[in-house]
Ligand binder design. Sequence first.
Ligand code: FAD
Ligand code: NAD
Length: 479
Amino acid sequence: MSQSFDVAVIGAGPGGYVAAIRCAQLGLNTICIDEWKNPQGKASLGGTCLNVGCIPSKALLESSENYERAAHKFSAHGIKLQDLSMDVPVMIARKDKIVAAFTGGIAMLFRKNKITAMHGRGTLLKGGNGGEAWQIEVKNGDKTEVVEAKHIIIATGSTPRQLSFVPVDNERILDNVGALALTETPQSLGVIGAGVIGLEMGSVWRRLGSEVTILEALPGFLMAADEQVAKEAQKIFTKELGLMIQTGVKISAIKTSKKNIIVEYADAQGAAQKLEVDKLIIAVGRVPNTAGLGAENIGLQLDDHGRIEVDGHCRTNLLNVYAVGDVVRGPMLAHKASEEGVAVAEIIAGQAGHVNLDTIPWVIYTSPEIAWVGKTEQELKAAGIQYKAGQFPFMANGRARALGEMSGFVKVLADANTDRILGVHMIGPYVSEMIAEAVVAMEFAASSEDIARIVHAHPSLSEVLHEAALGVDKRALHI
Ligand code: FAD
Ligand code: NAD
């Protein structure tokens, strides 16, 4: 006899596991089905984010940044180090320990909330458009079980987009999995794609001594970010960090020899070029993961990009079937996936769940960090919206000076007539933390005047946002 539940969640990434916890909190009998295995072959909850994404990448960014500080920044504080060296396997073991603690933590949260965790691949069989239960087949090796549930939440996430002409082996040609597991610093590293993964992973290995070349197809750099932030970032990443970034390239072939990997491409001027590297990271975006899900068995509608089609409340075209996270429209970010998971659980429980996609913060954990929420200047111009801008540099901030992290600025964009904040853009130290204030402000429809009148602690980095808000009305105090 099959087991029966109020809710079956497929996928235990930040979309799925958070949805399962919220469902259980609301009294729904919940199962979460996930197929992820760690390198030791054991079931590991947490999806991409915890196993091979957000958490391990931030662990390596922190380790490599500490090394960079020790090598280049401590001397200004009078701290002298001799024989500095980097033990990459220790750094990787630390990262693995952090991952294990967090994935194990989710298993503990599942037990605490009485959520049934089932390891295996879930395939939707048939069901429930007339209101009866949906059936899911769960396959784990030779074992097959069928689970029934009134409601389904699909949170199957995404997988790395492949380039047709080069297979990833995660030995020499790497996706995010291999890029997070290198046991020594490659002398030379190529990265295809100057997106978020390319810049974060490129930064890690560059700081540890690799010669890093990033090849980007688009004509500009970080085109989703505010143009001024992107320009500042490109300057710092190339001049200070030493990343070699080429935009507007067209890759024609990737070949491997015993000695190295050769990338053949045309540069922005159309001239034929060759890049020879020891390792190559492919980071050209991610695709929604609907393979093997059985969408066709039940008539689940996908959009032109292969994502599960959903409405503003994450409802699919099928009764009682919802989808959240990377597998649906919107940014592929862990916090967006989790908030959608919470919203759907609350909708199933008869409450009013909602996620505002207009105030999702973006953070890129490079050094300096980049963060933004809302519209960029170029988006406002294209939409013909009249706006005012206020900007303030970290250079003029006491805390940033004490930290020795003075690159970057904060920019506040506000409606020219109403003063309502339309976007906030940051590049600088710890802006991953500072962006939260801007998100709160935008959620509460604040004006730049509201932020300008709030008392900010001194000396703190948050004063840069305060001064930028004052700057919208041309009354910044310290510039
Ligand atoms: P996922 O986390 O991908 O989880 C989906 C789960 O479903 C997986 O465990 C998968 O095995 C399972 N699954 C799939 N199909 C089935 C099936 N049929 N049956 C059973 N199980 C199935 N985002 C941020 O916000 N901040 C960051 O700093 C950040 N850093 C990142 C760094 C890297 C290197 C990468 C690759 C991504 C990063 N992301 C970051 C993106 C973030 O990881 C994703 O947006 C997030 O994991 C999406 O969550 P999800 O729950 O939708 O899917
Ligand atoms: P991305 O979309 O950020 O960047 C991919 C880049 O590759 C783009 O700039 C694209 O123009 C380029 N590209 C595509 N095809 C190419 C080709 N043939 N040759 C050269 N360049 C090519 O994707 P990503 O870096 O792979 O990351 C995937 C997603 O994971 C991100 O979009 C983001 O949603 C998430 N992520 C988030 C964080 C974070 O929040 N800090 C960190 C890592 C990943």
